[in-house]
Design a protein around this ligand. Structure first.
Ligand code: ADP
Ligand code: MG
Length: 485
């Protein structure tokens, strides 16, 4: 299971590679294998081993698109069917194909017709009378086992100013489950490492308590499974599974509960039951609990009973460190120059950064050329953000205007609080928003030592975490500066 999940993650990335390749109309490989019969044979054999019902549900919806010496490309109607197929049937098919084509490992590329997880049924449908055969087609849900991505561990998580609080708190939770922070709530934008940390907590707890039942669950799965349990009169089983059995419950992307009133109610009771039994609960969401709309306030307030920690977009150094680590993990030979180039130009989130690295490596591999800045420019054209670098001068001007001081005051060495604070804020914002090193910034702030800028950055950064007023102010200034890009 864990391996499958790991594979799934890789496949998703490769899926982007494939899409990208076909967009550019490059040949996938020079000597295409394209042997449909291999796939058909494997499918025919598989079909003989499973019931017609399962063939209809899980095998028939999968469309085979192509195969070459590295990749098999398949299409699924949605991620749910893909996941089920991947877990239960794909390994059998791949084994059979491998046995015929030799030892070379095939990667599977998925094209998903429907991008988002389409709920198989929605809550409103529950009360309507569905025809029997439709009910029977509602797939049984995959067991939400401890199937977390195996490489999402603390070891593989790069710590920087943007995530150090969340990482430290996650480790505390993992080392003392249910003792310190319960629930623990991690929030932050897409692709910033929430799922990674959530799984890392799970892995660590499992390592220290091998017999504990650590349940990792996507909110979508909870919703789907709940609905399925209601439809099939298995609600008692469902409740036992979530209210009694877990020692630790890790729920990813809780914002998807929004608008799902009945599931929210169920989750409320699940939460209470586990909490009363002193079971650790960890939740993630893409925003701060109270900013999630359409979720009952009794739930939102519970989410904050313990500790909430946010993850911010990583700064340049962290992006660089993440890239180097990912390259190492994927055994991609990446020079520091190319890494710097990517880290400088891909600033949105870690997933994109990682995706860019994978794509670049795939291109280099296909073209049989080394990874270079030129290749990066060529292959990542649409992803790289050029020309919108904010200048240090504009940050200084905006901050000076806000605090009614002069830019020269920001460059001075006066220690007056009324000047030191705006100066530190300007240094922090310049570091965060402009692509400038600490020594360069020192130079632009009146020839100061780089350690002064560094200290200012850290000070404001820690205030950003502890002082709501400071956070508000930084957000306001940052938004204003970004809109002036
Ligand atoms: P989220 O759940 O916040 O959308 P993920 O946890 O899925 O993001 O992270 C996206 C990708 O980025 C994953 O492959 C994850 O391993 C990687 N990632 C994010 N932050 C870090 C980090 N600090 N160090 C290493 N990898 C990271
Ligand atoms: Mg996630």
């Amino acid at each position: 299971m864990e391996q499958t999940m790991l594979k799934e993650q890789d496949n998703r990335e490769f899926s982007t590679v494939k899409t990208c390749l076909s967009l550019l109309q490059l040949p996938i490989t020079d000597n295409n294998l394209t042997d449909t019969s291999l796939w058909n044979q494997a499918i025919t054999n598989l079909k003989q081993k499973i019931s017609n019902h399962n063939v209809e549900l899980w095998i028939d919806p999968i469309i085979y698109l192509s195969m070459d010496e590295d990749f098999i490309t398949l299409q699924a109607p949605n991620t749910f069917i893909r996941d089920w197929f991947e877990i239960h049937y794909l390994p059998i098919l791949i084994d059979e194909i491998h046995s015929k084509v030799g030892s070379k490992k095939l990667q599977v590329l998925w094209l998903i017709k429907e991008q988002e997880v389409g709920y198989l049924v929605n809550e409103k449908e529950l009360s309507s009378n569905q025809p029997k055969e439709l009910l029977s087609k509602t797939p049984a849900l995959p067991e939400p086992e401890f199937g977390m991505f195996t490489h999402y561990t603390f070891n593989h998580f790069v710590v920087g100013p943007s995530n150090q609080l969340a990482e430290a708190a996650s480790k505390t939770v993992a080392n003392s489950p249910s003792v310190v922070y319960n629930p623990f709530f991690i929030y932050g934008g897409a692709g910033l490492g929430k799922t990674h940390l959530l799984c890392a907590i799970g892995h660590e707890i499992k390592k220290q308590h091998p017999h504990w039942n650590v349940v990792y669950l996507k909110t979508e799965s909870f919703i789907n499974e709940y609905i399925y349990a209601l439809r099939t009169q298995k609600i008692d089983e469902f409740r036992r599974k979530y209210r009694e059995l877990p020692d630790v419950l890790l729920v990813d992307d809780i914002q998807y509960l929004k608008g799902k009133e009945r599931t929210q109610d169920e989750f409320f009771h699940t939460f209470n039951a586990l909490f009363e039994q002193k079971k650790q609960i960890v939740l993630t969401a893409d925003r701060y609990p109270h900013e999630i709309s359409d979720i009952e306030s009794r739930l939102l307030s519970r989410f904050q009973w313990g500790l909430t920690a946010d993850i911010q977009p990583p700064d340049l150094e962290t992006r660089l460190a993440i890239l180097l680590q990912k390259a190492d993990e994927k055994t991609i030979s990446l020079s520091i120059e190319v890494a710097q180039f990517l880290a400088l130009h891909i600033r949105s989130n870690v997933r994109e950064l990682e995706g860019a690295l994978t794509r670049l490596a795939a291109f280099a591999n296909l073209k049989k050329v080394p990874l270079s800045i030129d290749l990066a420019k060529e292959t990542l054209k649409t992803q790289l953000s050029y020309g919108n670098t904010l200048s240090v001068e504009s940050v200084q001007q905006e901050v000076a205007r806000h605090f009614h001081v002069q830019v020269s005051d920001l460059k001075s060495s006066s220690r007056k609080q009324s000047l030191a604070k705006p100066r530190q804020i300007a240094m922090h914002l310049a570091r965060k928003l402009c692509q400038a090193s600490y020594p360069e910034l020192g130079e632009k702030f009146g020839g100061k030592d780089h350690t002064t800028v560094m200290a200012a950055y850290r000070k404001v950064d820690s205030l950003n975490k502890s002082d709501l007023g400071m956070r508000q102010l930084l957000l306001e200034l940052e938004t204003r500066l970004k809109s002036a890009y």
